[in-house]
Ligand binder design. Structure first.
Ligand SMILES: [Zn+2]
Length: 296
């Protein structure tokens, strides 16, 4: 993914963790998160997305970087012109998370003429754990950890763990963790559209929602390709590897198998987000006019 076309969320605010009981289901593209017992301060970092000015491609950077470094659109110098291979440690993901959020904001603005942000994009640092207000499939409150990649419809928040983000980045490549963010954002659109409320107790529908979220991730990738954010050969290979890593085959599975996930992603990629309506039959995710059908 190319450096120079990004603008991204910036502010990282440190706040205390949250906990209150409620009744819905957290979902994750990777299945249940592992429990992490260590505690750190602060427990969560909140990425609050606020778009900044985009530098036109080829425009001069306002920041003077050292030789071999390149300024991104916020003037931060990075030792790379492409995010692939640019970062060397898990803690670098706190920067990259904001890049991804910014790209989803950009897509939302382009697709709907407005930003449809989750209430929070939580970044869970390594070793941090705590309770979400959502319940997990087997009962009890879901736990956020540094392995989380999930959306909680109760607080309308995305929880992303540093270690999962780093694993996707360092194993599948730079496009993979951002596609994962777009998938979780797809769950937020489902919440706004009233899809999740209808289906909270229907397990078969959970699978449909997951496949629809893969389609939304594909729609984001189609936008990213059109806007020359993606380096096609490299990034599509990253995404293909991600799909293999997160394909689900268990009898109690909540996510699509490899064929289902790839087909849904490719459908969104080729045909845009309106095509994603096909995966859930009782409520459209978006209307032909673009916006989500039910807004708060
Ligand atoms: Zn999901």
């Amino acid at each position: 993914m190319r450096l120079h076309v990004f603008f991204a969320a910036v502010v990282v605010v440190m706040v205390a963790g949250c906990s209150q009981p409620a009744g819905s289901t957290a979902t994750s593209p990777t299945g249940p998160a592992a429990s992490v017992t260590a505690s750190a301060t602060p427990p969560l970092a909140e990425a609050t997305g606020r778009a900044e000015v985009i530098l036109p491609q080829g425009s001069e950077s306002p920041t003077a970087c050292d030789p071999g470094e390149f300024a991104d659109s916020r003037g931060i110098c990075l030792p790379c012109q492409d995010y692939e291979g640019c970062f060397t440690s898990a803690t670098d993901m706190s920067y990259f998370y904001n890049v991804g959020i910014g790209l989803i904001e950009n897509y939302s603005q382009d697709a709907f003429g407005k930003r449809l942000d989750p209430d929070k994009w939580w970044y869970v640092q390594t070793g941090v754990t705590g309770q979400e207000p959502c319940t997990k499939a087997g009962g009890g409150l879901a736990t956020y950890t540094d392995r989380s990649y999930e959306y909680c419809p109760v607080d309308r928040a995305v929880y992303v763990g540093e270690q999962s983000m780093w694993a996707y980045y360092s194993t599948q490549g730079d496009a993979a963790p951002i596609v994962g963010l777009a998938h979780e954002w797809g769950h937020h659109l489902q919440e706004l559209a009233g899809i999740r409320t209808r289906s909270a107790s229907r397990s078969a529908d959970t699978l449909a929602q997951e496949i629809q979220a893969d389609c939304v991730a594909g729609a984001w990738a189609g936008w990213a390709r059109t806007n020359q954010v993606l380096n096609e050969s490299d990034d599509l290979a990253d995404i293909a590897a991600l799909m293999k890593a997160v394909a689900d085959y268990g009898p109690e599975r909540q996510h699509g198998d490899l064929t289902e996930r790839v087909q849904a992603f490719d459908n969104g990629l080729a045909n845009g987000i309106v095509a994603c309506n096909a995966y859930v039959d009782w409520t459209p995710l978006v209307t032909d006019a673009g916006p989500v059908s039910v807004l708060p």
